[in-house]
Ligand binder design. Sequence first.
Ligand code: CTP
Length: 405
Amino acid sequence: MSSVNLPENLIIAWLRQEKREKPLFLVGGSVRDFLLQREFKDYDFLLEGDCFLFVSRLKEQFGGKAVFNQRLLTATYKIKGLVFDFATARKEHYARPGILPQVRPTTWQEDLKRRDFTINTLVIPLLKEGWGKVINLLGGKEDLEHRLIRILHKQSFYDDPTRILRAIRYRNRFSFSLEKKTLQYLEQSWPYLQNVSPRRRFKEWQLLCAEEEVVKNIEDIFVLGGWSYFMGGLSFQQSLWEKENRAIAKDSFPKELRPWYLYLLIFLAREPEMLEQISAYWGLYPQEKKGLKQTLILLAKQNQFKRLKWRQLLTELKELPPEGTYYLFRQNPNWGENWESFYQEILANKMPLQGKDLFELGLKPGPEMGRLLRCLEKYYQEDLFQTPQEGLKLAKRLIKEDFNE
Ligand code: CTP
């Protein structure tokens, strides 16, 4: 476990050369994932002293983007698809459970003690000559070997109840177990989630749903006793859930769709009246809520779709977010085989004639042209013409017949 062969790149080489009296460590998820031989997405670094100065110099040297969080003493540096997170070693003080902590600088050893789980406390020093050996101060190495998730102190979930959801994610992502005492504290700590800000609760939902093991994650909320504390009043029915999550199955749905949206729709479709409540409990933005609402309205009147002409149906779905159209599409197999092309059709469903196309018929901008365009739009929706030429022909006839809207 201690022989280390970590990725190298220009930035790492620079970090290594940068003369620092104080140590710089790879830490947290990066070390954990490296030891588990999993690909890691970003580099987490821990250092003593001023991480802002350090990252500013890095940016001066290579360009890229840096974002500083003065409150948490962290900085993120992004360049060419790589992400480097730097944290000044810090101690945390939670004035109340669930709120963001007050922090002050400390030693790197102390920093490790404030973290969530032992498996996230391993560090690897970055040396001038290469990577050092894994340092295991708090038993993370043994827990990683025994595949155990263990909190570092019994206040951990109380201080930061979002760690409950982190534990669930790790448990299913790595197929780890919750250590006995950790499990006990976790089960007792769900009520503290009520102290967390709505949007932080929602962020955890997004993260749970973005995982490969989303189905297990959602079931764990229920199995571990947290449903009523985390899901803002939505209910859970095992048999319906099993049927419906299979219908939406993550690995088959298109990458561009937001998983959190689809999984929330599964529950809301059963209880649309809960939309207000869950939106408030999770701090959904008006735009997010609006899309859900429009989808729920159309779900309720699905049986009327049969009466619509194809284009009218496409127009009905035009205002929905892509996830809404996908959810409805899965329930209506006669709409086609492939959601992507169906969605493209929705986006492309525009009448192929505009006011300027009517100039050649001698019409001028004004109320009459407006009336004619509305009339043509209606005929287009009823599939009475397809191409601009057919549209113009129909327009001519309408003018001759002194049309009415
Ligand atoms: N951390 C913590 N408590 C939290 C969130 C984060 O102690 N509520 C610490 C953990 O040590 C974690 C590190 O901050 O390893 C970085 O957090 P994050 O990037 O969210 O987690 P990763 O460990 O990188 O895990 P993931 O793969 O899920 O991103």
